[in-house]
Design a protein around this ligand. Structure first.
Ligand code: FAD
Length: 385
């Protein structure tokens, strides 16, 4: 019989970061993944660390994103120290440009939104923006500098996180598919695998990305859904791009500054079910946005294309914390921000498991909001008019 203090379902950046935190607290931890570790959304990500909301629904996430960005340097130091591996963490800010619509109005809305949320945002004159990014195209009509934003290389980071977790004592178990939770009444006592094994644990952390909703007993708490994102990597020999560069239509994330430079370009946001497929329409859209931002990129070589499934949730907010089944904890639904939110997620889950006292208010992200909303809907539907 396999027995641990904590079993984590899912070997992406979230499962790995939680495992590293818990193993450092001297808990016996196992991470189970149905395939090789780190092959899904965490492998596909661009690696922008941006706490700015990309739509109104994401505004409640900003405090969590800011907290996680603050933790990043300490997190990266701990991971790099424990693993001996690099993570590609890069500070230096991002430049966001506006190419379409009423640029001046969009600019003041963007600045007001950032300042209202406590995020640093400096309007730039276009000559200043071109000094910072000489390759910027002529379609850019307004620009801001976001000095606190950072980036990381998600594949390097995730590998380093798992190496760090293993060096702290976590057991890594690829090729183990969880088919259901092991329940004893209202208590979760472990997980059952499709191979017929049971892993016993006092706590189970569900971090199975967009597949979390496929574990039957978890679906009502974590109604996650896949949101496909396609990506392209370019080999760029022209004027180096120094910052993460974003427009309304897409983004460029430079890896290093030396020529030839690898530029990661993204992305699409598609409801295509669980189908992982790169499409010509998706790539066309991404490249059009890239070439508009930096026209020199039209000459760059395409070196890789790929896609991943973001773990979306119905309200676009993550799903974090305990539920009314003792021992069951969720860490999923991170949608477009799982790389950014990994340090704070690991910290809060670790604090909850070890001390029952998370240091931030995470009520807005409670998995219980979904069964409660369903119960409210049923009560309204059955109440007499
Ligand atoms: C194209 C793209 C660009 C992105 N860019 C950014 C970015 O710039 N910044 C940012 O912060 N975020 C970004 N994201 C979002 C980020 O990648 C995700 O939020 C994050 O990776 C989610 O991590 P995860 O560990 O929850 O899920 P995943 O990495 O998907 O891991 C889930 C794991 O669970 C395993 N699993 C599933 N079911 C089972 C089961 N039954 N039993 C055992 N194992 C199971 C899977 O095999 C998988 O390994 C991007 C995502 C995509 C797709």
């Amino acid at each position: 019989m396999k027995t641990y203090d904590v079993v984590i379902v899912g070997g992406g950046i979230i499962g790995g970061s939680v495992a590293f935190d818990l193993a450092r607290r001297d808990l016996r931890v196992a991470v189970l993944d149905r395939q090789e570790l780190m092959r899904e959304a965490s492998w596909a990500a661009a690696g922008m660390l941006s706490p700015a909301p990309d739509c109104p629904a994401a505004i409640p996430l900003v405090p969590l994103g800011r907290a996680s960005l603050t933790l990043y340097p300490i997190f990266v130091d701990a991971v790099e120290d424990a693993s001996g591996l690099r993570t590609g963490f890069h500070t230096g800010g991002a430049v966001e440009v506006i190419c379409h619509g009423d640029a001046e109005r969009e600019l003041s809305t963007l600045v007001a939104l950032h300042h209202g949320l406590g995020l640093a945002c400096e309007p730039l004159r276009m000559d200043e923006a071109r000094d910072m990014e000489p390759a910027l195209g002529r379609d850019a009509r307004a620009a801001v500098f976001l000095p606190d934003e950072c980036s990381v290389e998600p594949r390097a980071l995730t590998s380093a996180v798992f190496a760090a977790a293993a060096s702290a004592g976590a057991a890594l178990c690829p090729g183990v598919e969880v088919s259901s939770l092991a329940l004893d009444g209202k208590k979760c006592i472990g997980v059952k695998t499709s191979g017929g094994e049971t892993f016993h644990a006092a706590r189970v952390v569900l971090a199975a990305g967009c597949w979390s909703s496929q574990i039957p007993e978890a679906a009502s708490y974590a109604p996650t859904l896949p949101v496909r994102g396609q990506m392209v990597a370019l080999r760029h020999c022209g004027t180096p791009i120094r910052h993460v560069l974003r427009s309304e239509r897409g983004y460029l994330v430079p890896r290093g500054v030396e020529s030839p430079q690898t530029i990661v370009v993204g992305s699409t946001i598609e409801n295509a079910g669980f189908e992982k497929r790169v499409t010509s329409g998706g790539i066309e859209k991404i490249l059009a946005a890239a070439n508009e931002l930096v026209p020199e990129l039209a000459k760059a070589e395409i070196i890789e294309t790929w896609c991943g499934l973001r773990p979306g949730s119905p309200d676009q907010l993550p799903i974090l914390g305990p539920v009314d089944v003792d021992g069951l904890i969720f860490a999923t639904g991170h949608y477009r921000n799982g790389i950014l939110l990994a340090p704070v997620t690991a910290k809060l889950i670790g604090e909850w498991i070890a001390e029952r006292r998370p240091s931030l208010d995470w009520e807005a992200f409670s998995p219980l909001r979904f069964p409660r909303a369903n119960a409210d809907r049923s009560a309204t539907a059955s109440s007499p008019l």
